[in-house]
Design a protein around this ligand. Structure first.
Ligand code: DQA
Length: 147
């Protein structure tokens, strides 16, 4: 099962940015964590990060007919981007939304997620484990009899 993991703006700055919210581990460590966990779960993952909305949209479009699942942390674009939502709807690939922090318990402007209206599942507030929950969702799907 081929899974595309997309990280939006400033996720490459974790470990440096607001460690009290996002922790001390770096983006490189996140990528290593994701590759290790994906291997354990027998999932084939590609990881993409961009600070540009259009690049994220193009990556989602290119995923059409290629990936079986998308895990997306659209970061601040979560709360603003109808264009990313539309791209996800266009390719119609099973999508799980993830966040390191618990966006429901932060500022009011983070409480709206355009992506949540489309995503099959949302995992937030568990740090790196939010992504692990998403990988486990796809692994369960892969191994479920009604697949
Ligand atoms: C985030 C939460 C967003 O509100 C924020 O803009 C981010 C990261 C998270 O993973 O907790 O950049 O998506």
């Amino acid at each position: 099962m081929k899974i595309l993991i997309i990280n939006g703006p400033n996720i490459n700055m974790i470990g440096v940015r607001e460690p009290e919210i996002y922790g001390n581990k770096t983006y490189l460590e996140l990528c290593g964590f994701l590759k290790d966990k994906a291997k354990d779960l027998e999932l084939d993952v590609d990881i993409f990060q961009s600070n540009y909305e259009g690049d994220i949209i193009e990556k989602i479009q290119q995923a059409y007919n290629f990936y079986d699942g998308i895990i997306i942390n659209a970061a601040a674009y979560t709360h603003t981007s109808i264009a990313i939502l539309d791209a996800l709807k266009a390719v119609n690939i099973d999508t799980v939304e993830v966040h390191l922090s618990d966006i429901a318990k932060r500022e009011d402007f983070r409480k709206t997620s355009y992506i949540s209206s489309y995503a099959t599942k949302v995992f937030a507030g568990e740090g790196f484990d939010s992504y692990l929950r998403a990988l486990e969702y796809f692994s369960n799907k892969l191994n479920s009899p009604e697949k």
